[in-house]
Write a protein that binds this ligand. Structure first.
Ligand SMILES: Nc1ncnc2c1ncn2[C@@H]1O[C@H](COP(=O)(O)OP(=O)(O)OP(=O)(O)O)[C@@H](O)[C@H]1O
Ligand SMILES: [Mg+2]
Length: 245
């Protein structure tokens, strides 16, 4: 079953074509990655899937619902870990979760129980009452992941989930994503990291300048083009795919 699909999706910002006539399908329970360099259009595609902004043209369905006409229902069933840290610096770690739960009309007691469970999941329970500014960058990324899970989403959108993290924190996020996937949650992510795509994605869409060049499993791509994903990207686009760091 397709949990998300796009047909002929285009997104323009004024004259700039950020996403240029792309089509894809994402199956329930898979980890699907959008891979591409800065400006390829990855965040724009994410924003359309989670109904943050409408397509300029084309059709996008999530849970078989139209992203423009049925955005409210889609948003209630989706979790989002944005590329930029938008935690509330005036609230504690715990409050960032419980206050966010209000957007989903989750009753206070349920929200508090859920928030504590999520703090255990990301191993930050002992930081419940500290200010956001007193968390390390890696801890803030993990809290963003926990916040994305507050409404028990069926799909989680992860826009560069591990960018800027040290190798240890990156592996810890990968392990958490693996656990979520084993629970049947669909993961849709963007990344610049070859290793991330290879380790956690079932399939990747290779993007360049708003277009999808190909969609395939990392293993099959590497076999077909005899190299790692960086080599694959170079062979497909003629460009180097550099890490963002
Ligand atoms: N709100 C906006 N207004 C105008 N142009 C935008 C806006 N958001 C993105 N763009 C442009 O659209 C193109 C695609 O941007 P997008 O953020 O989707 O790329 P990305 O693949 O996520 O890049 P990165 O890896 O740097 O996060 C870029 O040329 C960008 O400058
Ligand atoms: Mg982006």
């Amino acid at each position: 079953m397709n949990i998300a699909e796009a047909q002929g999706l285009c997104k323009k910002y004024g004259e700039l074509i950020a996403v240029n006539n792309i089509s894809f399908t994402i199956s329930k329970g898979e980890c699907f990655g959008f891979l591409g360099p800065n400006g390829a259009g990855k965040t724009t595609v994410m924003g359309i899937i989670y109904c943050f902004m409408p397509p300029s043209s084309g059709h996008v369905k999530v849970f078989d619902l139209d992203v423009t006409a049925q955005s409210r229902t889609i948003k209630s069933r989706i979790g989002v870990m944005p590329q930029d840290n938008n935690l509330d610096p005036d609230l504690s770690v715990l409050e960032n979760l419980t206050v966010y739960a209000r957007y989903f009309d989750i009753p206070g007691k349920t929200a508090s129980l859920r928030a504590h469970d999520l703090l255990d999941f990301i191993e930050l329970r002992e930081k419940s009452h500290v200010n956001i500014k007193d968390l390390s960058g890696g801890m803030q990324r993990r809290l963003l992941l926990a916040r994305a899970l507050i409404n028990n989403p069926e799909i989680i959108i992860l826009d560069e989930p591990t960018t800027g993290l040290d190798p240890h924190s990156r592996i810890s996020v990968w392990n958490q994503l693996g656990k979520l996937k084993s629970e049947g949650i669909t993961l849709i992510l963007t990344t610049h990291y070859m290793e991330e795509a290879e380790r956690i994605c079932d399939r990747v869409a290779i993007m360049d300048s708003g277009s999808i060049i190909t969609v395939d499993s990392p293993a099959h791509l590497m076999e077909t083009y005899s190299g790692n994903l960086e080599d694959v990207y170079l062979k497909l686009t003629g460009k180097a795919l550099k890490d963002s760091e």
